[in-house]
Design a protein around this ligand. Structure first.
Ligand SMILES: [Zn+2]
Length: 142
């Protein structure tokens, strides 16, 4: 998206119309540049789409579920020992999610698909913390 004319090519009436359009969008809580909701993917002006950049309530709920799944998995299985083992654990969960996606018939994804997505995320977290933990020394320097 962009403007069809440079600023100096606008006559006063078009410029006034543009200002009115922007003010109208802002008063409706929309991005004055692209006219979309603040929680939609950012346009050229990301600061006007802060909603899309923020962690939302539904994200927090999903992250809490990932935490619960992580605890359940840690109680059941020892730490991942290698990249290959971690990859296999993630792939197993990803394949189970794929089964739900392959059998999709246009309905909303249900609790079972959600559970698989949460398990994929939990295995990703295990991979990160078991296989490639944060380097404490480098972390303190940054
Ligand atoms: Zn925008």
């Amino acid at each position: 998206m962009g403007y069809p004319l440079d600023l100096d090519e606008y006559d006063e009436q078009r410029l006034a119309g543009e200002l009115e359009l922007r003010q109208g969008r802002r008063s409706q809580g929309l991005c004055d540049y692209c006219g979309r909701e603040p929680d939609t993917n950012p346009c050229k002006f990301p600061e006007r789409h802060r909603g899309a950049l923020a962690i939302r309530e539904q994200d927090m709920a999903a992250l809490a579920e990932v935490g619960e799944e992580l605890k359940r998995a840690r109680a059941k299985f020892p730490a991942m020992h290698s990249g290959h083992e971690g990859w296999a654990a993630i792939k197993e969960e990803l394949d189970e999610l794929w089964d739900h996606i392959r059998s999709w018939k246009g309905e909303a994804y249900g609790a079972e698909a959600r559970k698989e997505a949460i398990q994929v995320a939990a295995m990703g977290v295990r991979f990160a913390s078991d296989i490639c933990p944060i380097d404490q020394d480098n972390d303190e320097q940054s």
